[in-house]
Design a protein around this ligand. Structure first.
Ligand code: B12
Ligand code: SF4
Ligand code: SF4
Length: 253
């Protein structure tokens, strides 16, 4: 079953791209499975908020969490470097990847259903409080716990394929025979490691990272500006200027 889960996610990415003629929009996904009883999950209430769900709040009989990262192709990342607006490619990648994640969730549900198991599905985004701008399910904190990456000073989770891409997570009541032993994942952000770099924060044209704290509201306003500008393509509250042209954009720095 483990292999089937990995295969379903990988093939959904490839087939969705082909069927929608998306010209290699994504690289191969990074996937990890952790136990729904993983002790590290207790950081969620502290690091995110007391309102953060636990796996059993989504699926009462939760046994495992599938965490995955879908990296954008280099072409999408490069397209967003210049200009003050997000590129059309970045906007399209956001819309299509959210839809792809929905498809992956559905395909995993079909696989689980066929084998007599249940699935708890979570959307890629838009599951956040409009006032606090915080979600009750943080995909990247789950990915951090699953060992997929570490947080950069731009808040992004940096994976072995960089930070440009999108995360998803799915809860299932299928238990693996054995989960990977938790390993301490090596810090990837150059600023956290050596006090150097810091390019990401300087890229923000509205100074959302001022005074060592992140101004979510300012950032959201910028994302809404892009969303209004590109409304003919679809809904995309994006920006991403502080993710591109960095040593950690497409690979581990
Ligand atoms: C709400 C939200 C927003 C809000 C608020 C963002 C924010 N930083 O809080 C707004 C609308 C402004 C926004 C903007 C963007 N978002 Co957004 N957003 C979300 C959403 C829905 C929830 C995030 C959340 O609630 N986080 C909880 C808060 C408390 O934590 P945090 O902001 O992540 O900050 C933590 C880290 O910095 C962490 N941290 C730092 N160091 C360390 C070390 C350790 C050990 C630990 C445990 C934690 C830690 O501590 C902070 C608190 O815990 C997620 C989807 C989801 N449901 O997960 C996407 C998501 C986070 N967004 C994403 C992206 C890409 C963006 C944008 C680039 C827009 C774009 N697509 O072009 C910008 C970037 C803004 C930024 N620099 O943070 C991606 C992130 C991809 C990645 N590589 O990490 C996500 C995961 C969507 C997805 N499905 O992939 N977003
Ligand atoms: S650009 Fe540099 S400082 Fe910013 S997150 Fe990446 S490695 Fe860290
Ligand atoms: S996403 Fe844009 S507005 Fe938000 S912090 Fe990054 S560069 Fe600034």
């Amino acid at each position: 079953m483990y292999n089937d889960i990995i295969e379903v996610i990988k093939s959904t990415v490839v087939n969705y791209g082909k069927n929608n003629k998306l010209n290699n929009m994504w690289k191969e996904p990074v996937i990890e499975l952790i136990s729904a009883q993983n002790r590290k999950l207790c950081i969620l209430k502290k690091a995110v908020s007391l309102d953060h769900f636990m796996p059993h709040d989504i699926l009462p009989d939760a046994k495992s969490i599938i965490s995955f990262f879908i990296p954008f192709d280099n072409r999408i990342v490069k397209s967003n470097i210049n200009g003050t607006k997000s590129s059309e490619e970045w906007v399209t990648a956001y819309i299509k990847t959210n839809d792809l994640i929905k498809r992956i969730n559905d395909d995993i549900e079909i696989l689980m259903d066929k084998n007599g198991y249940k699935t708890g599905k979570i959307p890629a985004t838009d599951n956040f409080d409009e006032e606090k701008l915080i979600s009750n399910w943080s995909h990247r904190h789950i990915a951090y716990i699953a060992g997929i990456g570490t947080f950069g000073i731009n808040n992004m989770l940096i994976t072995k394929n960089g930070c440009c891409g999108r995360f998803g997570s799915i809860i299932i009541n299928y238990r693996l025979e054995k989960y990977k032993e938790p390993v301490e994942i090596k810090e990837k952000c150059l600023n956290k490691l050596y006090g150097t770099c810091g390019i990401c924060q300087k890229k923000c044209m509205i100074q959302a990272y001022e005074n060592n704290s992140f101004n979510r509201k300012k950032c959201y306003d910028k994302c809404l500006e892009n969303s209004a500008y590109y409304k003919n393509i679809g809904y995309a509250d994006v920006c991403g200027k502080c993710l591109v042209g960095l040593p950690c954009s497409i690979r581990e720095p």
